[in-house]
Design a protein around this ligand. Structure first.
Ligand code: CA
Length: 738
C-alpha cells in the first residue's frame, strides 16, 4: 500500500510544479521579430510580462507604434536583441501609448523623424503613455538636413513616466531637444522622472529653439508639472540661452551637472520650482551660465557654480525684473525667491533686477539671499544691480571683495579655498559657514547614459591629418583632394595653379603654401563648402582674372542646401585680387540655412572686389536668426571693395542667442563701400550684432561704418579708429527694444 501512496503524492506535486511553470512561462513570453510586419503582428498578442525583441541589425524607415497594457508587476517590454546593436535609421520614429511599457536599448542614427518627434510618449492626442519607461536608448545626430525644419527628439506626455540612462547628442536643427508637455489635463501634475541621462553636445543654433530640455509651455505655465529632473549630465549644451527652460510649476531639478554649457537653467514661467544640489562648471568658456530666476516661490539652494563666464541673462545667478500684471507669456515678478547655501566661485557676474527696462519695472520682492559663498579670483566686484533691490534680504553671506549689494548681509573677508573630498572648493576657515554643503555629490559622466555607447565629441580641428604636396598645373588641387581626408593639409608648391573644377569641401581641409602659389579659376566660384565641410587657407594667392563673366561670382560659396554642421572658415596671410570681372563678386557668399561657427581672417589682403568680402545677410525673416556666430577680422588690408567688407544681419526682437559676435581690429580699408549697388552705402553694415569690437582700424576714402543695435543690451565698443576722408561711424541704438 505504501508504494502506491508515494507515487500519487509525487504525481500531485509534479502536476502542481508543471502548472506553476506553465503560468510563469505564459507571463514571460519573449518573441524575436526581424521586420516591421512581424513586429506589428506580434504586438497585438502581447500580454503583461511579455517581451518583444527587435533583431540585431539596421531597421530602415521604421515608424513604430508601441501600444499595450502591462501591469506594475509585469510590464510589456520592447527591447533590442543586444542593447546598442539595433539601429533605427532613415525616416524612423517611435510612439508609445498605454500603461506599464518599457523600451530599452535602441539606437536612432543616420536619419531623421518624418513626424515632429523621434520618441513620443503618445500615439495621438487620445492615446498617451502612463507608468512607462524609456531607458538605455540613444539618439545621435538624428537630424533633419534642413536646419530650419523644426522637430524635437523626445516628447513626454501622460503621467508617471520615466526617461533614464539615455544618450542624446548632436541635435543641429531647430526645435527643443526634449520637452515635457502639459497641453491636456492627462499630462498635468505628471510626476515624470528624467534621470541619469547624458545630454551630449548641442552646438550653437543661432536662433531661438535650441533648448536642450523644456518643461511646459507658457499657456499652461501656472499649472504644476511636478517633474523630477535628477542626476543628468549636460555636456556642452550650447544651443541657445536656455539650457533648460522651465515653464511650469512644482518641478525639482536636483543633482545634475552642467559642464561647459553655454546658457543657463532658466525658470522662465511657473512657480514653486526647486533647484538644488546641482553643479555648474564653466571652465572659463564664454557664455556659460547658472540659474535665471523669474516668477514666485522659486528655491535655489545648495548648488555649486564655478568658472562661469556668462553675464546678464547668463550670470551665475540672474534675478530678473518682471512686468507689472504680466500677461502669461511675458515676465512675472520675482516673489518669495529663496537663494541660499550656494557657492559661487569665480563666476563672472551675479545680476539683480536684470532685464529692467520700460516694460520690466516690477522689482523682486519678499526674497532672500542667505548663507551664500561668493569668491572672486581677482577679488573684484561681480554684483551688477539694475534697479531697486530692497525686496531681497541679505543675510549670512561671505565674499572676498567689497560688493555693491547686500550691505551688512555679506561679510567681507579674505577667503582661502581648498579642495574638498568631492573635488569642489570650500573655505579653509571653518568659521565660514556658507556656501554649498560638503556632502554635495558630483555626478560622474559615467553614471549617465547607457554604458555601451561612447561619449566622444567630434570637433572640427584643422591640420590634424597628413600633408599632401601639390604641384602647380591644371586641376592639380582637385586631383590632390581625391587623396585627402578629414584634417589633411594640401601643401602647394611654388607656381601657378589653374582650376576649371570647383573645389568641393565636404570635410575639414587646409590648403597652404610657404611659397609663391597663385591660384586662378574659370568658373563662377573656386570653393564650395558643403555640409560637414570646413576650410583653412594659409599663404596662398587667388586671382579672379580668369573667372566666368557672370554676375554674383564668389571665391567661396556655401552650398545652397545650407549646413547642419556649423562650419569654420580660417584665412591667414593670403591675398585675393581682381574679383571684378562682373558686378557683385563676393569673397564669401553664404546660403540661407547655413551657419558658421567661426569666420576668422588674419593678415590678408583683398583688392578689387565688385561685391562684398563677407556677405552674411541671408536670414532676413527677422526671427533672430543669422549666418555666423564669430566673425573676426584682424590686421587685414581691404582696397577697392565696392560692396561691404562685412554685411552682418540679425533681425528681430528675440533674446535667445549669444551672437553674432563681430570683432574687427587693426584693419586698413581703402576706397571701399562706394559701389552704386551697395544698398547700405556703407563699408561695414552690422545690424543686430550682440557683441561688437571695432578698434584700431584705419578707413581711408571709404563709405561709413553703420552699426544698428536691435535688441537686449548688446556690447558695442569703438576705440582708436582713424577715419580719413571717411564719414563718422553711424551708430543707432536699440531700434526695437521691447
Ligand atoms: Ca528659448
Amino acid at each position: 500500500m505504501k508504494n502506491k501512496v508515494i507515487p500519487s503524492f509525487l504525481f500531485s506535486l509534479l502536476t502542481l510544479l508543471f502548472l506553476v511553470s506553465v503560468n510563469a512561462f505564459a507571463q514571460k513570453k519573449t518573441v524575436l521579430v526581424t521586420n516591421l510586419e512581424e513586429y506589428n503582428q506580434t504586438l497585438k498578442s502581447l500580454q503583461p510580462g511579455d517581451t518583444l525583441m527587435l533583431a540585431n541589425g539596421t531597421w530602415k524607415d521604421a515608424e513604430m507604434v508601441f501600444k499595450g497594457k502591462g501591469t506594475a508587476q509585469a510590464p510589456i517590454v520592447l527591447i533590442a536583441e543586444t542593447p546598442g546593436k539595433v539601429f533605427l535609421e532613415g525616416k524612423s520614429n517611435l510612439r508609445i501609448g498605454g500603461e506599464y511599457l518599457v523600451v530599452k536599448g535602441l539606437v536612432f542614427r543616420n536619419g531623421w523623424t518624418p513626424s515632429s518627434e523621434v520618441i513620443s510618449f503618445s500615439i495621438d492626442s487620445k492615446n498617451l503613455a502612463y507608468h512607462s519607461r524609456v531607458t538605455e536608448c540613444v539618439i545621435d545626430n538624428f537630424n533633419n538636413p534642413d536646419r530650419n525644419a523644426q522637430d524635437s527628439w523626445v516628447m513626454m506626455f501622460g503621467k508617471n513616466n520615466r526617461f533614464d540612462h539615455n544618450h542624446i547628442e548632436g541635435k543641429r536643427n531647430v526645435g527643443v531637444t526634449m520637452a515635457v508637455r502639459l497641453n491636456s489635463e492627462e499630462s498635468q501634475d505628471n510626476r515624470h522622472q528624467i534621470d541619469h541621462n547624458y545630454f551630449g553636445p548641442r552646438p550653437v543654433l543661432g536662433s531661438n529653439g535650441g533648448e536642450t530640455l523644456r518643461v511646459g509651455t507658457s499657456p499652461y505655465s501656472l499649472t504644476n508639472s511636478n517633474t523630477l529632473i535628477e542626476n543628468n549630465f549636460f555636456d556642452k549644451c550650447n544651443g541657445e540661452t536656455e539650457i533648460i527652460s522651465i515653464k511650469s510649476g512644482g518641478n525639482i531639478i536636483r543633482g545634475n551637472v552642467f559642464f561647459e554649457s553655454k546658457g543657463s537653467l532658466t525658470l522662465r514661467h511657473g512657480n514653486g520650482n526647486v533647484v538644488e544640489r546641482n553643479v555648474f562648471l564653466g571652465n572659463g568658456k564664454s557664455e556659460t551660465g547658472g540659474v535665471r530666476v523669474i516668477n514666485a516661490d522659486q528655491r535655489i539652494v545648495n548648488n555649486y557654480f564655478q568658472d562661469l563666464r556668462g553675464e546678464e541673462f547668463r550670470a551665475g545667478i540672474a534675478i530678473m525684473n518682471g512686468v507689472p500684471n504680466s500677461s502669461i507669456n511675458r515676465y512675472h515678478q520675482v516673489k518669495n525667491a529663496q537663494i541660499s547655501n550656494n557657492s559661487l566661485v569665480n563666476v563672472a557676474k551675479i545680476e539683480l533686477a536684470v532685464g529692467s527696462d520700460a516694460e520690466r519695472t516690477a522689482v523682486p520682492v519678499e526674497s532672500s539671499f542667505t548663507n551664500n559663498l561668493i569668491y572672486s579670483n581677482e577679488g573684484s566686484e561681480i554684483f551688477k544691480v539694475y534697479d531697486k533691490i530692497d525686496g531681497i534680504s541679505f543675510k549670512g553671506n561671505f565674499a572676498n571683495f567689497k560688493p555693491s549689494a547686500g550691505g551688512a548681509g555679506i561679510s567681507i573677508q579674505k577667503i582661502k579655498l581648498e579642495k574638498g573630498e568631492n573635488g569642489l572648493l570650500y573655505p579653509v576657515d571653518p568659521s565660514i559657514q556658507a556656501g554649498a554643503p560638503r556632502d554635495l555629490k558630483v555626478l560622474k559622466i559615467s553614471e549617465t547614459g547607457p554604458s555601451w555607447y561612447p561619449k566622444a565629441t567630434k570637433e572640427i580641428v584643422f591640420g590634424t591629418g597628413k600633408s599632401i604636396p601639390v604641384d602647380p598645373g591644371l586641376n592639380t588641387i582637385s586631383d590632390a583632394m581625391k587623396l585627402a581626408q578629414t584634417g589633411d593639409v594640401l601643401e602647394l608648391k611654388e607656381g601657378n595653379f589653374e582650376q576649371t573644377k570647383v573645389l568641393d569641401i565636404t570635410f575639414p581641409l587646409s590648403i597652404r603654401s610657404g611659397k609663391q602659389a597663385s591660384i586662378s579659376f574659370v568658373g563662377t566660384h573656386l570653393f564650395e563648402i558643403y555640409d560637414g565641410g570646413s576650410l583653412s587657407l594659409e599663404g596662398i594667392q587667388v586671382t579672379g582674372e580668369k573667372s566666368a563673366d557672370a554676375a554674383g561670382n564668389a571665391v567661396i560659396k556655401i552650398n545652397r542646401a545650407g549646413t547642419l554642421y556649423n562650419y569654420k572658415l580660417k584665412v591667414a596671410n593670403s591675398r585675393f585680387s581682381d574679383m571684378n570681372v562682373n558686378h557683385s563678386f563676393n569673397f564669401l557668399e553664404v546660403s540661407p540655412g547655413s551657419f558658421a561657427d567661426t569666420i576668422q581672417i588674419l593678415n590678408s589682403e583683398f583688392k578689387k572686389f565688385t561685391g562684398s568680402i563677407l556677405s552674411l545677410r541671408k536670414e532676413i525673416d527677422d526671427l533672430g536668426k543669422y549666418n555666423a556666430e564669430y566673425v573676426i577680422l584682424t590686421g587685414n588690408q581691404f582696397e577697392e571693395v565696392g560692396g561691404m567688407v562685412a554685411d552682418v544681419y540679425r533681425g528681430g526682437t528675440d533674446e535667445s542667442t549669444f551672437g553674432p559676435y563681430f570683432i574687427a581690429e587693426s584693419n586698413t580699408v581703402k576706397n571701399s563701400g562706394k559701389n552704386s549697388r551697395n544698398k547700405e552705402s556703407a563699408s561695414f553694415s552690422l545690424i543686430g550684432v550682440q557683441w561688437l569690437v571695432f578698434s584700431k582700424n584705419t578707413l581711408i576714402a571709404s563709405a561709413p561704418v553703420k552699426v544698428t543695435e536691435l535688441v537686449g543690451k548688446p556690447y558695442t565698443c569703438f576705440a582708436q579708429n582713424k577715419l580719413q576722408d571717411t564719414p563718422a561711424i553711424i551708430h543707432s541704438k536699440n531700434q526695437n527694444q521691447k
